[in-house]
Design a protein around this ligand. Sequence first.
Ligand SMILES: Cc1ncc(COP(=O)(O)O)c(C=O)c1O
Length: 405
Amino acid sequence: MTILDMQALSSIELMERHAAHNYSPLPVVAASAEGAWITDVDGRRYLDCLAAYSAVNFGHRNPEITATAHAQLDTVTLVSRAFHSDRLGPFCAALADLCGKDMVLPMNSGAEAVESGLKVARKWGAEVKGVPEGQANIIVADNNFHGRTISIVSFSSDPVARNGFGPFTPGFRSVPFGDTAALARAIDDNTVAVLLEPIQGEAGIIVPPDDYLPNVRALCSEHNVLMIVDEIQSGLARTGYTFACDHWGVVPDVFLLGKALGGGIVPLSAVVADRDILGVLHPGEHGSTFGGNPLAAAIGTTVVAMLQRGEFQSHSARLGEQLHERMRGLIGAGVVAVRGLGLWAGVDIEPTLASGKQISLRLAERGVLVKDTHDSTLRFAPPLVITEREIDWAMDQFAEVIKGA
Ligand SMILES: Cc1ncc(COP(=O)(O)O)c(C=O)c1O
Protein backbone atom coordinates (compact mmCIF):
# COMPACT_ATOMS: atom_id res chain seq x y z
CA MET A 1 0.00 0.00 0.00
CA THR A 2 1.33 3.47 -0.91
CA ILE A 3 1.33 6.47 1.43
CA LEU A 4 -1.43 7.98 -0.74
CA ASP A 5 -3.55 4.85 -0.35
CA MET A 6 -3.05 5.04 3.39
CA GLN A 7 -4.08 8.68 3.52
CA ALA A 8 -7.26 7.92 1.54
CA LEU A 9 -8.36 5.39 4.14
CA SER A 10 -9.81 6.46 7.46
CA SER A 11 -8.20 5.44 10.73
CA ILE A 12 -11.04 3.02 11.28
CA GLU A 13 -10.56 1.39 7.87
CA LEU A 14 -6.82 1.05 8.50
CA MET A 15 -7.56 -0.55 11.88
CA GLU A 16 -10.01 -2.94 10.26
CA ARG A 17 -7.42 -4.03 7.71
CA HIS A 18 -4.19 -4.01 9.69
CA ALA A 19 -4.83 -4.18 13.45
CA ALA A 20 -5.74 -7.37 15.26
CA HIS A 21 -9.45 -7.40 16.02
CA ASN A 22 -9.09 -8.00 19.75
CA TYR A 23 -11.32 -5.02 20.66
CA SER A 24 -14.67 -3.71 19.47
CA PRO A 25 -14.32 0.07 19.96
CA LEU A 26 -17.00 2.70 19.48
CA PRO A 27 -16.52 4.50 16.12
CA VAL A 28 -14.94 7.60 17.71
CA VAL A 29 -11.44 8.58 16.54
CA ALA A 30 -9.68 10.73 19.12
CA ALA A 31 -7.38 13.43 17.79
CA SER A 32 -6.76 15.36 21.01
CA ALA A 33 -7.92 15.46 24.62
CA GLU A 34 -7.81 17.73 27.63
CA GLY A 35 -9.21 17.30 31.13
CA ALA A 36 -12.43 15.31 30.86
CA TRP A 37 -12.89 15.96 27.13
CA ILE A 38 -11.84 14.16 23.95
CA THR A 39 -11.98 15.82 20.51
CA ASP A 40 -12.29 13.62 17.43
CA VAL A 41 -10.71 14.00 13.99
CA ASP A 42 -13.74 16.02 12.80
CA GLY A 43 -13.58 18.42 15.74
CA ARG A 44 -16.52 16.90 17.66
CA ARG A 45 -16.12 17.03 21.44
CA TYR A 46 -17.03 14.19 23.78
CA LEU A 47 -17.20 14.06 27.57
CA ASP A 48 -15.04 11.08 28.49
CA CYS A 49 -16.93 9.02 31.06
CA LEU A 50 -14.58 6.03 30.86
CA ALA A 51 -11.15 7.60 31.53
CA ALA A 52 -9.34 4.72 29.79
CA TYR A 53 -10.70 2.29 32.38
CA SER A 54 -9.36 4.54 35.19
CA ALA A 55 -5.92 5.10 33.66
CA VAL A 56 -6.80 8.77 33.12
CA ASN A 57 -8.05 9.46 36.67
CA PHE A 58 -6.26 12.82 36.79
CA GLY A 59 -7.64 14.00 33.46
CA HIS A 60 -6.22 13.96 29.95
CA ARG A 61 -2.88 15.74 29.78
CA ASN A 62 -3.03 16.84 33.40
CA PRO A 63 -0.70 19.88 33.40
CA GLU A 64 1.21 18.83 36.54
CA ILE A 65 1.90 15.40 35.08
CA THR A 66 2.73 16.58 31.55
CA ALA A 67 5.17 19.16 33.02
CA THR A 68 6.99 16.32 34.79
CA ALA A 69 6.98 14.23 31.61
CA HIS A 70 8.30 17.07 29.44
CA ALA A 71 11.10 17.82 31.89
CA GLN A 72 12.05 14.16 32.16
CA LEU A 73 12.07 13.71 28.37
CA ASP A 74 14.86 16.28 28.32
CA THR A 75 17.03 14.45 30.84
CA VAL A 76 16.97 10.63 30.78
CA THR A 77 14.17 8.22 29.82
CA LEU A 78 15.52 4.66 29.98
CA VAL A 79 18.61 2.98 31.34
CA SER A 80 17.12 -0.48 32.12
CA ARG A 81 17.65 -1.91 35.57
CA ALA A 82 21.29 -2.65 34.70
CA PHE A 83 22.05 0.79 36.16
CA HIS A 84 20.39 3.06 38.68
CA SER A 85 18.52 6.22 37.76
CA ASP A 86 18.04 9.19 40.06
CA ARG A 87 14.24 8.80 39.65
CA LEU A 88 13.50 5.25 40.72
CA GLY A 89 14.54 5.43 44.38
CA PRO A 90 12.39 8.51 45.14
CA PHE A 91 9.44 6.94 43.32
CA CYS A 92 9.65 3.66 45.23
CA ALA A 93 10.02 5.50 48.56
CA ALA A 94 7.04 7.76 47.84
CA LEU A 95 4.77 4.94 46.65
CA ALA A 96 5.73 2.68 49.55
CA ASP A 97 4.87 5.53 51.90
CA LEU A 98 1.48 6.12 50.21
CA CYS A 99 0.67 2.43 50.75
CA GLY A 100 2.13 2.24 54.26
CA LYS A 101 4.52 -0.51 53.12
CA ASP A 102 8.30 -0.97 52.87
CA MET A 103 9.02 -1.88 49.27
CA VAL A 104 7.93 -1.51 45.65
CA LEU A 105 8.46 -3.79 42.66
CA PRO A 106 7.98 -1.56 39.58
CA MET A 107 6.56 -3.08 36.39
CA ASN A 108 4.64 -1.73 33.37
CA SER A 109 1.18 -3.11 32.60
CA GLY A 110 -1.44 -4.10 35.12
CA ALA A 111 -1.29 -7.74 34.03
CA GLU A 112 2.46 -7.70 34.72
CA ALA A 113 1.85 -6.44 38.24
CA VAL A 114 -0.64 -9.26 38.79
CA GLU A 115 1.76 -11.87 37.36
CA SER A 116 4.52 -10.46 39.54
CA GLY A 117 2.29 -10.58 42.62
CA LEU A 118 1.48 -14.23 41.92
CA LYS A 119 5.17 -15.07 41.53
CA VAL A 120 6.04 -13.27 44.76
CA ALA A 121 3.25 -15.12 46.59
CA ARG A 122 4.45 -18.51 45.35
CA LYS A 123 8.06 -17.73 46.28
CA TRP A 124 6.97 -16.44 49.68
CA GLY A 125 4.97 -19.64 50.13
CA ALA A 126 7.99 -21.81 49.32
CA GLU A 127 10.61 -19.84 51.25
CA VAL A 128 8.72 -18.35 54.20
CA LYS A 129 5.56 -20.38 54.74
CA GLY A 130 7.26 -23.68 53.89
CA VAL A 131 4.81 -24.92 51.24
CA PRO A 132 6.43 -27.77 49.26
CA GLU A 133 7.72 -26.65 45.84
CA GLY A 134 5.00 -26.96 43.18
CA GLN A 135 2.19 -27.47 45.72
CA ALA A 136 1.09 -23.86 46.32
CA ASN A 137 -2.46 -22.78 45.62
CA ILE A 138 -3.88 -19.28 45.27
CA ILE A 139 -7.56 -18.50 45.79
CA VAL A 140 -9.33 -16.07 43.48
CA ALA A 141 -12.93 -14.92 43.05
CA ASP A 142 -15.43 -15.98 40.39
CA ASN A 143 -15.95 -13.34 37.69
CA ASN A 144 -12.57 -11.76 38.44
CA PHE A 145 -10.70 -9.65 35.93
CA HIS A 146 -6.96 -9.30 36.44
CA GLY A 147 -5.62 -9.07 32.86
CA ARG A 148 -4.90 -11.20 29.84
CA THR A 149 -1.77 -13.32 30.29
CA ILE A 150 -1.96 -17.13 30.13
CA SER A 151 -1.69 -17.52 33.91
CA ILE A 152 -4.29 -14.84 34.57
CA VAL A 153 -6.84 -16.20 32.09
CA SER A 154 -6.18 -19.62 33.62
CA PHE A 155 -8.33 -18.54 36.57
CA SER A 156 -10.84 -16.42 34.66
CA SER A 157 -14.48 -17.53 34.65
CA ASP A 158 -15.13 -15.77 31.33
CA PRO A 159 -15.18 -18.33 28.48
CA VAL A 160 -14.36 -15.61 25.91
CA ALA A 161 -11.14 -14.81 27.78
CA ARG A 162 -10.17 -18.50 27.96
CA ASN A 163 -11.48 -20.40 24.95
CA GLY A 164 -8.68 -21.59 22.72
CA PHE A 165 -5.89 -20.39 24.99
CA GLY A 166 -5.20 -23.59 26.92
CA PRO A 167 -3.32 -25.39 28.36
CA PHE A 168 -3.71 -23.33 31.50
CA THR A 169 -1.54 -22.67 34.54
CA PRO A 170 -2.52 -24.86 37.50
CA GLY A 171 -2.61 -23.82 41.16
CA PHE A 172 -5.70 -21.61 41.36
CA ARG A 173 -9.06 -22.11 43.06
CA SER A 174 -12.02 -19.87 42.40
CA VAL A 175 -14.79 -19.16 44.93
CA PRO A 176 -17.85 -16.88 44.74
CA PHE A 177 -17.00 -13.20 45.32
CA GLY A 178 -18.44 -11.92 48.60
CA ASP A 179 -18.84 -15.39 50.15
CA THR A 180 -16.63 -15.65 53.25
CA ALA A 181 -17.70 -19.21 54.08
CA ALA A 182 -16.71 -20.45 50.60
CA LEU A 183 -13.33 -18.76 50.95
CA ALA A 184 -12.78 -20.31 54.39
CA ARG A 185 -13.56 -23.77 52.97
CA ALA A 186 -11.10 -23.29 50.09
CA ILE A 187 -8.10 -22.43 52.28
CA ASP A 188 -5.75 -25.31 53.14
CA ASP A 189 -2.17 -25.72 54.36
CA ASN A 190 -0.79 -25.02 50.87
CA THR A 191 -2.72 -21.81 50.28
CA VAL A 192 -0.24 -18.98 49.85
CA ALA A 193 -2.51 -16.13 48.82
CA VAL A 194 -6.00 -14.82 48.22
CA LEU A 195 -6.15 -12.50 45.20
CA LEU A 196 -9.16 -10.18 44.89
CA GLU A 197 -10.38 -6.98 43.33
CA PRO A 198 -11.93 -5.13 46.31
CA ILE A 199 -14.70 -4.03 43.94
CA GLN A 200 -15.02 -6.14 40.80
CA GLY A 201 -14.71 -3.75 37.86
CA GLU A 202 -15.16 -5.70 34.64
CA ALA A 203 -17.82 -7.86 36.30
CA GLY A 204 -19.98 -4.72 36.48
CA ILE A 205 -18.67 -2.67 39.45
CA ILE A 206 -19.71 -5.28 42.03
CA VAL A 207 -19.34 -3.96 45.59
CA PRO A 208 -19.03 -6.81 48.14
CA PRO A 209 -21.05 -7.02 51.38
CA ASP A 210 -19.60 -4.75 54.08
CA ASP A 211 -18.21 -7.56 56.19
CA TYR A 212 -16.51 -9.35 53.28
CA LEU A 213 -13.10 -7.68 53.00
CA PRO A 214 -12.66 -7.45 56.82
CA ASN A 215 -13.49 -11.19 56.95
CA VAL A 216 -11.01 -11.97 54.17
CA ARG A 217 -8.39 -9.98 56.07
CA ALA A 218 -9.09 -11.95 59.26
CA LEU A 219 -9.02 -15.33 57.47
CA CYS A 220 -5.73 -14.50 55.73
CA SER A 221 -4.11 -13.45 59.02
CA GLU A 222 -5.44 -16.53 60.82
CA HIS A 223 -4.11 -18.97 58.18
CA ASN A 224 -0.84 -17.19 57.31
CA VAL A 225 -2.04 -16.47 53.77
CA LEU A 226 -1.15 -13.30 51.85
CA MET A 227 -4.07 -11.00 51.11
CA ILE A 228 -3.33 -9.56 47.66
CA VAL A 229 -5.59 -6.77 46.53
CA ASP A 230 -5.77 -5.75 42.88
CA GLU A 231 -6.41 -1.99 43.06
CA ILE A 232 -5.36 -1.49 39.43
CA GLN A 233 -8.77 -0.14 38.43
CA SER A 234 -10.37 0.60 41.82
CA GLY A 235 -7.42 2.41 43.39
CA LEU A 236 -5.75 5.81 43.26
CA ALA A 237 -8.76 7.97 44.23
CA ARG A 238 -11.34 6.38 41.91
CA THR A 239 -13.79 5.47 44.69
CA GLY A 240 -13.29 8.49 46.96
CA TYR A 241 -10.39 7.06 48.95
CA THR A 242 -6.81 6.39 47.89
CA PHE A 243 -7.64 2.67 47.79
CA ALA A 244 -11.05 1.01 47.57
CA CYS A 245 -9.98 -1.15 50.56
CA ASP A 246 -9.95 2.02 52.67
CA HIS A 247 -13.77 2.05 52.61
CA TRP A 248 -13.68 -0.96 54.93
CA GLY A 249 -10.52 -0.02 56.84
CA VAL A 250 -8.76 -3.08 55.40
CA VAL A 251 -5.00 -3.14 54.78
CA PRO A 252 -3.90 -6.00 52.49
CA ASP A 253 -0.46 -7.60 52.61
CA VAL A 254 0.15 -6.80 48.95
CA PHE A 255 -1.19 -3.98 46.77
CA LEU A 256 -1.24 -4.36 42.98
CA LEU A 257 -1.36 -0.96 41.27
CA GLY A 258 -1.32 0.22 37.68
CA LYS A 259 -3.36 2.30 35.23
CA ALA A 260 -3.59 5.79 36.84
CA LEU A 261 -0.15 5.33 38.43
CA GLY A 262 1.29 6.21 35.00
CA GLY A 263 -0.68 9.46 34.92
CA GLY A 264 -2.40 8.53 31.65
CA ILE A 265 0.94 8.94 29.88
CA VAL A 266 3.04 5.81 30.35
CA PRO A 267 2.33 2.24 31.45
CA LEU A 268 3.47 2.00 35.07
CA SER A 269 2.42 -0.67 37.52
CA ALA A 270 3.70 -1.92 40.85
CA VAL A 271 3.57 -4.59 43.50
CA VAL A 272 3.79 -2.95 46.93
CA ALA A 273 4.39 -4.90 50.14
CA ASP A 274 6.55 -5.16 53.24
CA ARG A 275 10.14 -6.42 53.22
CA ASP A 276 9.26 -9.85 54.62
CA ILE A 277 7.25 -10.43 51.42
CA LEU A 278 8.98 -8.56 48.57
CA GLY A 279 12.35 -9.42 50.09
CA VAL A 280 11.96 -12.95 48.69
CA LEU A 281 13.05 -11.65 45.27
CA HIS A 282 16.77 -11.71 44.54
CA PRO A 283 18.79 -10.52 41.51
CA GLY A 284 17.94 -12.45 38.36
CA GLU A 285 14.72 -13.95 39.69
CA HIS A 286 12.33 -11.41 38.16
CA GLY A 287 12.49 -8.25 36.06
CA SER A 288 11.45 -6.06 33.18
CA THR A 289 13.55 -3.90 30.83
CA PHE A 290 11.17 -0.94 31.01
CA GLY A 291 9.97 -1.53 34.60
CA GLY A 292 10.68 1.53 36.71
CA ASN A 293 12.25 3.51 33.86
CA PRO A 294 13.14 7.13 34.71
CA LEU A 295 10.29 8.64 32.67
CA ALA A 296 7.67 6.42 34.30
CA ALA A 297 9.24 6.82 37.75
CA ALA A 298 9.23 10.63 37.47
CA ILE A 299 5.58 10.61 36.39
CA GLY A 300 4.69 8.13 39.13
CA THR A 301 6.36 10.33 41.74
CA THR A 302 4.22 13.29 40.65
CA VAL A 303 1.09 11.10 40.71
CA VAL A 304 1.87 9.96 44.26
CA ALA A 305 2.48 13.58 45.36
CA MET A 306 -0.91 14.55 43.89
CA LEU A 307 -2.59 11.69 45.74
CA GLN A 308 -0.88 12.66 49.01
CA ARG A 309 -2.72 15.99 48.83
CA GLY A 310 -6.09 14.18 48.99
CA GLU A 311 -8.03 16.53 46.72
CA PHE A 312 -8.78 13.92 44.03
CA GLN A 313 -10.12 11.55 46.67
CA SER A 314 -12.46 14.16 48.18
CA HIS A 315 -13.59 15.39 44.75
CA SER A 316 -14.39 11.81 43.73
CA ALA A 317 -16.31 11.20 46.97
CA ARG A 318 -18.33 14.44 46.64
CA LEU A 319 -19.13 14.23 42.94
CA GLY A 320 -19.66 10.49 43.26
CA GLU A 321 -22.66 11.25 45.49
CA GLN A 322 -24.08 13.45 42.75
CA LEU A 323 -23.41 10.84 40.04
CA HIS A 324 -25.03 8.04 42.02
CA GLU A 325 -28.00 10.17 43.05
CA ARG A 326 -28.71 11.11 39.43
CA MET A 327 -28.30 7.47 38.35
CA ARG A 328 -30.59 6.19 41.10
CA GLY A 329 -33.18 8.72 39.96
CA LEU A 330 -33.46 6.70 36.73
CA ILE A 331 -34.28 3.41 38.47
CA GLY A 332 -37.66 2.35 37.15
CA ALA A 333 -37.28 4.57 34.09
CA GLY A 334 -35.07 2.20 32.10
CA VAL A 335 -32.40 1.61 34.76
CA VAL A 336 -32.68 -1.56 36.85
CA ALA A 337 -29.80 -1.16 39.31
CA VAL A 338 -26.89 1.15 40.13
CA ARG A 339 -23.73 0.04 41.95
CA GLY A 340 -20.38 1.53 42.85
CA LEU A 341 -18.58 4.04 45.01
CA GLY A 342 -17.18 7.48 44.26
CA LEU A 343 -16.91 8.37 40.59
CA TRP A 344 -17.35 4.75 39.58
CA ALA A 345 -20.78 3.43 38.68
CA GLY A 346 -22.08 0.24 37.12
CA VAL A 347 -25.58 0.74 35.73
CA ASP A 348 -27.83 -2.14 34.64
CA ILE A 349 -30.18 -1.15 31.84
CA GLU A 350 -33.57 -2.79 31.41
CA PRO A 351 -32.42 -5.56 28.97
CA THR A 352 -35.55 -5.31 26.81
CA LEU A 353 -34.83 -1.62 26.05
CA ALA A 354 -31.50 -1.97 24.24
CA SER A 355 -28.09 -3.57 24.67
CA GLY A 356 -25.34 -1.76 26.58
CA LYS A 357 -23.48 -1.34 23.30
CA GLN A 358 -26.52 0.30 21.65
CA ILE A 359 -26.91 2.71 24.56
CA SER A 360 -23.16 3.50 24.40
CA LEU A 361 -23.50 4.28 20.69
CA ARG A 362 -26.47 6.57 21.26
CA LEU A 363 -24.66 8.31 24.11
CA ALA A 364 -21.64 8.83 21.84
CA GLU A 365 -23.94 10.49 19.28
CA ARG A 366 -24.87 12.91 22.08
CA GLY A 367 -21.24 13.50 23.02
CA VAL A 368 -20.85 11.20 26.05
CA LEU A 369 -18.39 8.29 25.98
CA VAL A 370 -19.03 5.25 28.17
CA LYS A 371 -18.40 1.53 27.74
CA ASP A 372 -20.70 -1.41 28.13
CA THR A 373 -19.79 -4.59 29.96
CA HIS A 374 -21.78 -7.84 30.02
CA ASP A 375 -24.58 -6.97 27.58
CA SER A 376 -26.80 -4.62 29.55
CA THR A 377 -24.42 -3.02 32.04
CA LEU A 378 -22.78 0.36 31.46
CA ARG A 379 -19.71 1.63 33.24
CA PHE A 380 -19.32 5.29 34.18
CA ALA A 381 -15.81 6.20 35.33
CA PRO A 382 -15.06 9.79 34.28
CA PRO A 383 -11.70 11.46 34.87
CA LEU A 384 -11.69 12.75 38.45
CA VAL A 385 -11.37 16.33 37.19
CA ILE A 386 -14.97 16.26 35.91
CA THR A 387 -17.17 19.08 37.24
CA GLU A 388 -20.67 19.05 38.76
CA ARG A 389 -22.10 20.73 35.66
CA GLU A 390 -20.47 18.15 33.39
CA ILE A 391 -21.92 15.30 35.44
CA ASP A 392 -25.35 16.88 35.27
CA TRP A 393 -25.03 17.33 31.53
CA ALA A 394 -23.88 13.72 31.02
CA MET A 395 -26.78 12.48 33.16
CA ASP A 396 -29.24 14.60 31.14
CA GLN A 397 -27.95 12.92 27.98
CA PHE A 398 -28.21 9.50 29.61
CA ALA A 399 -31.79 10.16 30.74
CA GLU A 400 -32.74 11.24 27.21
CA VAL A 401 -31.14 8.16 25.63
CA ILE A 402 -32.92 5.83 28.06
CA LYS A 403 -36.21 7.63 27.48
CA GLY A 404 -35.85 7.27 23.72
CA ALA A 405 -34.77 3.62 23.83
C1 LIG B 1 -8.58 -4.98 38.12
C2 LIG B 1 -7.67 -5.07 36.95
N1 LIG B 1 -6.52 -5.75 37.06
C3 LIG B 1 -5.66 -5.84 36.03
C4 LIG B 1 -5.94 -5.26 34.82
C5 LIG B 1 -4.96 -5.42 33.68
O1 LIG B 1 -4.32 -4.21 33.42
P1 LIG B 1 -3.58 -4.00 32.00
O2 LIG B 1 -4.66 -3.87 30.97
O3 LIG B 1 -2.79 -2.73 32.19
O4 LIG B 1 -2.71 -5.19 31.79
C6 LIG B 1 -7.12 -4.55 34.65
C7 LIG B 1 -7.45 -3.92 33.36
O5 LIG B 1 -8.56 -3.53 33.08
C8 LIG B 1 -8.01 -4.45 35.75
O6 LIG B 1 -9.17 -3.79 35.65
